[in-house]
Design a protein around this ligand. Structure first.
Ligand code: FES
Ligand code: FE2
Length: 419
């Protein structure tokens, strides 16, 4: 259990808070390349800051203050130029470093004027990796965008899914180090929703947690597995500072502000050996709802939607002074402690955990990968069409989030060669 002060310390992400400063030391995925292809100018709220993300007419990305420094007009109504974004109110133009490069009337009225040299709009670096658009809101020197090894995998169907969750990011990330919820939430409760109230999943017998360079690995033994099973020998990864990596997918919990989180899912499915080579022109992305449009009820039919319901159920900002942590929560305790330790490291001028700076040794981040062999070699086309195949669930529907566009499912089925 945490006191109120420590609870708030871990949760709050505005720029003037310790955790806000810690989270600004990391690149955050905020959109997808394909999302910007469809809509090259969009408003973004990130860690309590209102911003506008755009792709200019030269194809460069920019992330600037939502409000123009002239008279505060909304840059979301700006227009994209060859180099940067022009405010639609009086035409001031800003490049993606934040420099004001044109002030039409000021320059006409005072040919020798140097007013624009004094003007900047707040601007942050943007990079692209794995089909995601990443932003860095922290101090120089800017670290490397984490190049996790799955971003370099080929022959997979990848898709990116976004959802907005109305609760604090930290309780979402605590879910990344919580093995036992899988048995109850995603197995027993999920089965109960389909009318099956009798069959219970194999129980967890043992869990363990191990800190690695990139996060904390969690391992489990269930009644149907033993210490030779990859659930124990490899485990799953709680990545720093705000991601879960299970082997075939990542889930980031990106703080929009103290009371809202952007869930960013990155899903990889290997295409069958006999359907290779396979290459996507662009990684598709889509937005997934969290509540039913008709009833307003939380959707709980899909794996991550079940998680979302759990997180929101903990309250807008979970009150950890009222918790009772048990032996299954050792990973949660490790995670909180490491963040609190890192706040001290930052005070001492050190980097927090898993900030990558050395291209030679950290240019690619290799991870413990559950079912690595399957992900590398893929199934056969016959297996994909076999209802008894061990991974058959991946070929019946998209299991993780609700509302996948039909066109993406059709492209997926074509890539997989499902009949
Ligand atoms: S408010 Fe943006 S140019 Fe005037
Ligand atoms: Fe879950």
């Amino acid at each position: 259990m945490l006191d109120h002060k420590t609870n708030k310390l871990l949760c709050k992400v505005d720029a003037d808070t310790p955790m806000g400063q810690l989270m600004r030391r990391y690149w955050q995925p905020i959109s997808a390349v394909s999302e910007l292809s469809r809509n090259p100018l969009k408003s973004i709220r990130l860690m309590g800051e209102d911003l506008v993300l755009y792709k200019d007419l030269s194809g460069n990305y920019g992330l600037v203050d939502r409000h123009c420094p002239h008279r505060r007009a909304d840059m979301k109504f700006g227009f994209r130029e060859t180099c940067g974004l022009r405010c639609s109110y009086h035409g001031w133009l800003f490049d993606n470093t934040g420099a004001c490069v044109s002030q039409p009337f000021e320059e006409t009225d005072d040919l020798k004027g140097r007013f624009k040299e004094k003007i900047r709009i707040k601007a942050y670096p943007v990079e692209v990796k794995g089909g995601l658009v990443w932003a860095y809101l922290g101090p120089d020197p800017v670290p490397l965008v984490p190049n996790y090894e799955p971003f370099e995998w080929e022959n997979g169907f990848i898709q990116i899914v976004f959802s907005e969750i109305p609760c604090n990011w930290f309780q979402c990330q605590e879910n990344s180090i919580d093995p036992v919820h899988f048995e109850w939430m995603h197995s027993n409760w999920a089965a109960g929703q389909t009318g099956d109230t009798k069959s219970y999943a194999p129980t967890h017998l043992k869990v363990d947690f191990e800190e690695i360079e990139h996060g904390i690995v969690y391992k489990r033994i269930r009644a149907d597995t033993n210490e030779a099973n990859p659930l124990w020998t490899v485990g799953r990864n709680c990545l720093w500072p705000n991601s879960l990596f299970t082997g075939n997918h990542f889930e980031w919990r990106v703080p929009i502000d103290d009371r809202n989180t952007l869930s960013v899912g990155w899903f990889y499915n290997p295409v069958p050996q006999d359907m290779r080579p396979f290459k996507q022109d662009e990684i598709p992305s889509w937005r997934s709802p969290v509540t039913d449009a008709q009833t307003g009820e939380w959707i709980t039919s899909h794996v991550m939607n079940q998680d979302f319901a759990a997180w929101v159920g903990q309250g807008e900002m979970a009150d950890r002074s009222k918790e009772h942590l048990g032996r299954s929560d050792r990973g949660v305790i490790m995670m909180r402690k490491r963040f609190l330790d890192d706040l001290e490291r930052i005070k001492n001028g050190q980097d927090p955990k898993a900030v990558y700076r050395d291209l030679a040794t950290q240019g690619r981040i290799d991870l413990p990968i559950f079912d690595r062999e399957y992900l590398a070699t893929g199934p056969t086309r016959a297996e994909v069409n076999d209802p008894n195949f061990k991974n058959a669930r991946y070929f019946k529907k998209f299991i993780y989030q609700v509302g996948q566009p039909e066109a993406i499912w059709a492209d997926y089925c074509a890539a997989m060669g499902t009949t």
